[in-house]
Design a binder for this molecule. Structure first.
Ligand code: FPP
Length: 255
């Protein structure tokens, strides 16, 4: 039997299968990548940015509609000061160094999370990146920064409650689409594929509402080692899944 062709960017294609419309990734394992090399954790995060770049580019190339990356959670503030500082400066470097290229290839950048909790310089870069890329029609890239799923739900509930108190809506108007429209991901499709690297199988407060029907794929590779080839394998795993959305014989998206 002929050996299977190498699963490389060139060899692999979705082959007529339905790509996930929305891929969300918990990029885990930067710290372990660094400590296995006796390097400071910051180096793991720096290496992780390279994987981010590759996966963003490949998602756009494949024609995936939306990609959401968990880059800094509301819980990450409890890490040692030095590490938080390193992540914050990496965040600024990313906005300053990557947006031109993302804009050039048509990526629309958005941030989800409580941006009001970020330093002024970060907020200015986020506002500029969002405005510059707003009309792009390629990949919808969502960076989760100071993001927590429960925090997002609380903010959405407050916003609905404010409109109820002001008489703009009544409690009976609050249904799933109304709540979804108040989330940071308003207007995006539900998550189809939720991917986590480094072998951990936790949701870690990432997109709990949006991932209600997501297929979970856990890969062993640490995030800095997560290559395009690994991404294709995760997509192959997704294609094998039989998505029923809670029904039995009629796969269909709810709603
Ligand atoms: C988890 O690795 C990774 C993160 C804290 C978030 C992902 C961060 C990057 C890809 C770097 C770019 C960051 C920004 C903010 C632009 P970990 O430290 O939890 O790894 P471990 O579980 O091995 O310790």
């Amino acid at each position: 039997m002929e050996p299977a062709p190498p699963s490389t960017a060139r060899a692999w294609s979705a082959g007529g299968r339905d790509l996930p419309r929305h891929v969300a990734i918990i990029m885990d394992g930067n710290g372990r990548w660094a400590s296995r090399r006796a390097l400071p954790r910051e180096m793991g995060h720096r290496e992780g940015v390279k994987s981010m770049r590759e996966i963003i580019r490949e998602s756009g190339r494949l024609g995936i509609e939306a990609l959401t990356l968990y880059a800094f959670s509301t819980e990450n503030w409890s890490r040692p000061r030095d590490e938080v500082g390193a992540l914050m400066s990496l965040m600024l470097d990313c906005f300053r160094g990557e947006i031109d290229e993302l804009n050039r290839v048509g990526v629309r950048v958005r941030v989800i999370g409580d941006v009001s909790g970020l330093p002024d310089a970060h907020r200015a870069e986020i506002a500029s990146a969002t405005a510059r890329t707003a009309r792009n029609t390629g990949l919808k890239l969502n960076l989760a920064l100071n993001y927590g799923g429960r925090d997002e739900l609380v903010r959405a509930a407050r916003s609905l409650a404010r409109d109820c108190a002001a008489g703009i809506i009544s409690p009976g108007d609050i249904d799933e689409p109304a709540l979804a429209a108040r989330l940071d991901t308003a207007g995006l499709p539900d998550v189809d594929l939720l991917l986590r690297t480094s072998g951990e199988s936790r949701l870690s407060n990432f997109l709990p509402f949006q991932s209600a029907y997501a297929e979970l794929v856990i890969v062993d590779a640490l995030w800095p080692d997560f290559t395009i080839d690994e991404y294709h394998k995760a997509l192959d795993e997704y294609f094998k899944r039989d998505r029923r959305f809670g029904g039995r014989n009629h796969p269909a998206r709810p709603g």
